[in-house]
Design a protein around this ligand. Structure first.
Ligand code: CA
Length: 228
């Protein structure tokens, strides 16, 4: 079974959740804020998210909506303090798959998380091809012939944006929006770090595609012309 991401700012509850879920054999990472959660999502492919609605840097519902905008469809269970109908509707409309009101029984939470984690986390979108590589959003794999590498959530969105541009320069702001949606990039150089990883993966695949940097403007994915 994959890992769970717990997004909860209340230290006591976070601790209770981690221990309760660990006893049920569910490994979890914790984020205290929406921006910490975005950083986790950008680096690890989670099987499910347990999301508190009230976070120090914003509304969990809003963060979830930005995730869905980025086409990140990791199943999500929302926790809210109140069992109010509008809270439930907000959460479900933002893309939550399930809902549990505080206070809750640990046994019920475990059962619901298990059900969510059994679901295959799916990445909406069709396969895209450009140059000598194909990207499969369903598995987040970049392939060339029989070789393949796995992309992180941010790398996947960056590659899709660059491949759709078909060699044209994509502005840095557009790339950041593609990779991180409405949330702030994790660090000021997060984009450069992700592009560096993509560059290395293209080399690992032996692809003829290369990332070209147009200083101050953006980046383009271009096909290298081999010397005759
Ligand atoms: Ca909270």
């Amino acid at each position: 079974m994959g890992r769970l991401l717990i997004v909860e700012d209340h230290a006591g509850l976070q601790d209770l959740l981690v221990r309760g879920l660990a006893r049920a054999g569910i490994a979890a990472d914790c984020a205290r804020t929406a921006s910490e959660a975005s950083a986790c999502i950008a680096t690890v492919r989670y099987a499910a998210i347990l999301l508190d609605r009230g976070l120090p840097d914003g509304d969990g519902v809003r963060w979830l909506r930005s995730l869905r905008t980025e086409r990140i469809t990791v199943p999500c269970l929302m926790l809210t303090a109140r069992d109010a109908l509008h809270d439930r509707i907000d959460g479900l409309e933002a893309g939550a798959d399930d809902y549990l009101a505080k206070p809750f029984e640990m046994a019920e939470l475990v059962a619901r998380i298990r059900a969510l984690m059994r679901r295959q986390a799916s990445w909406v979108g069709l396969a895209a091809t450009y140059g000598d590589v194909t990207i499969d959003p369903a598995s987040a794999e970049l392939r060339r012939g029989h070789a393949s590498v796995t992309l992180s959530a941010a790398e996947l969105q960056l590659m899709l944006a660059l491949m759709r541009a078909q060699g044209a320069v994509v502005r840095r702001s557009a790339l950041e929006a593609a990779a991180w949606g409405l949330s702030e990039p994790v660090t000021p150089n997060a984009l450069d770090v992700a592009l560096h990883r993509i560059r290395r993966k293209l080399v690992a695949l032996g692809s003829r595609l290369e990332l070209r940097n147009t200083k101050g403007i953006g980046h383009a994915l271009v096909e290298r012309i081999e010397d005759a």
